[in-house]
Structures are given as C-alpha cells and as structure tokens.
Write a protein that binds this ligand. Structure first.
Ligand SMILES: O=c1ccn([C@@H]2O[C@H](COP(=O)(O)O)[C@@H](O)[C@H]2O)c(=O)[nH]1
Length: 271
C-alpha cells in the first residue's frame, strides 16, 4: 500500500486504529475449539466485527509460529482474510545478515515464495543497514523499524547516550531514515513514552509511527496524539488484547466491536 492510500483510509474511516491479532489459542472461547482452525475462526469473527473502525491489522507472528505447522496455516489463512483496504503488518521483528534478511523479506512480501504479501514487516535495527535494506527493495512495501519500544527493558539500551550527546533511539532514527523514505519506512514508538514523542518528531517529522502500548499496557492515546500527530496524522496506534479479549465469553466479537468503536471515536476527535 502506498502512503497516500493509507492517508486516504485514515480520512475515510476517521481512524488510525491498528488492531493486533495476538491470538492465543488458550484464550479462545470454547465454542470455537471444535472447529478445524480455532485461531482462524476467532480472527475471522474479530475482523468481521471490527473492520469498520480500523485502518490496519497487525499479526504478531509469535502467536502463530509457536504452534508450528498449524500456526503457519492459521497465519496464512488470516493474512488472506484481511480486508484489502487495511494496511497489513507482519509483526515479526526480523533482521539478520543481508542474505538471511532477503529470505525473511521473501517470507512476508513475496506471495510466490510464502503465499503472503503483507504491506509491512517489523524489523529490529541492531544489525544495521545491510540487515534492513533487503526489506526495502520491494515496491510499495514498508519496513517498520523498532526505535523506542513500550516495554520496561527499553531503558536498558535505548536511552543510553553516545559521546555526541544523543540517545541511542535518536541515532536509530537519524541513521535509519537515510536508508529509506517516509514512503517506505515507519518507526515503532511505544505509547508508554508519551513525553518522548516531541523528541521523536524533531528527528522524523513526516514519517508514520506505529504506536503499540495503549489499552493493556496503559499508554495514553491523548498524549500520543498531542505530541506525535503530524499534518498527515502520521500515526497507526495499535491495540491488541484490550480489543480482541474485551470479553472472554461467547460475545467476544460484539465486545471487540464495541471497544474498537470506542477507540475510533476518540481518534475521530483528533482528526
Ligand atoms: O514496543 C513494542 C513493540 C511491539 N509491541 C507489540 O505490540 C502489541 C501490543 O499488544 P497489547 O496487547 O495491545 O499490549 C504486541 O503484539 C507486542 O508484541 C509492543 O507492545 N511494544
């Protein structure tokens, strides 16, 4: 998907919500467990119930890879079921030496190889340019690079200062933005880091940011919008557990719809 198409969707749906399909087979209602592929059936119902209120779905591949062949099957079927007007994210956090990254890129971008062609994949920056560039050679595909993450452990490395005075996450932004453009690169910035969005925007004023951490992790949507929004919105705010597990009962899809609508209405007020 191109940047302009994503921006059009945000304007049309008055939403910059990304719903995370972090589907844990142990949290699926009993009624689906007898079906051939409970994870896919759950995802299908969640997608049907929420697609009016979001512009993106993020599939965290860990929840699928952990189930072996059955998990990959659910992943491929879910990818195929995603609405074509929604920006698709393979949250796989990949990155390795160049020839290995080429294979990872094929796994998520090349339908001839893997059966999947996501719009984007999350990538870790630690191994540098040659580990990221293979993902950038696919037309209309995006790298979403981890910059300032939402977890406690982000303090271990990401805030360390270099001799030049800047913090590590600032070096990631400044170096990596030269590898691609705001047409094929986004950065992950956690919603739990509201105060840091001002700094982030000094370095990457135009790039889209993928923002996990609202909902279950307690980040503030208002702070993210106040400090992180740009003239094109520039945000995809992800919520996974707070939406897909809004109810643990048989009414899970209706509850997810209600929760997604609530977040979308808060977002509409910011647009
Ligand atoms: O810094 C990061 C990077 C990625 N994530 C991922 O986002 C979702 C968040 O799920 P919630 O249930 O809404 O907390 C999940 O897939 C994480 O792996 C993140 O949280 N923080």
């Amino acid at each position: 998907m191109k940047r302009e198409q994503l921006i059009d969707q945000i304007r049309l749906k008055k939403s910059f919500l990304c719903i995370g399909l972090d589907t844990d087979i142990d949290k699926i209602p009993n009624s689906l467990l007898d079906t051939e592929d409970p994870v896919f059936e759950f995802n299908k119902k969640i997608i049907d119930a929420t697609k009016d209120f979001c512009v993106s779905y993020k599939i965290n591949t860990a929840f699928y890879e952990s189930r072996g062949l059955a998990g990959w099957t659910s992943l491929i079927k879910t990818f195929e079921y995603l609405p074509k007007d929604c920006f698709s994210i393979a949250d796989a956090k990949r990155g390795d030496i160049g020839n290995t990254s080429e294979m990872y890129a094929k796994a998520f971008f090349d339908p001839g190889s893997s059966g999947m062609s996501f719009d984007s994949v999350t990538v870790a920056p630690y191994m540098g340019a040659d580990s990221v560039k293979p993902f950038l050679s696919f037309e209309d595909k995006w790298v979403i690079l981890l910059a300032l993450t939402s977890n406690q452990g982000s303090k271990d490395f990401q805030f360390l200062t270099s001799d030049g005075g800047g913090m590590l996450f600032e070096s990631v932004l400044n170096t990596a933005k030269e590898w691609g453009s705001d047409e094929n690169m986004m950065f992950v910035v956690g919603a739990t880091r509201g105060e840091a969005f001002l700094t982030i925007r000094k370095h990457v004023p135009n790039h889209f940011l993928l923002v996990p951490g609202v909902g279950a992790q307690g980040g503030s949507l208002d702070d993210v919008c106040k400090f992180g929004m740009n003239q094109d919105c520039g945000l995809l705010v992800n919520s996974s557990r707070a939406i897909i597990y809004a109810s643990s009962g048989e009414d899970f899809a209706e509850a997810a719809r209600r929760e997604a609508k609530k977040v979308q209405q808060e977002m509409a007020a910011w647009l």
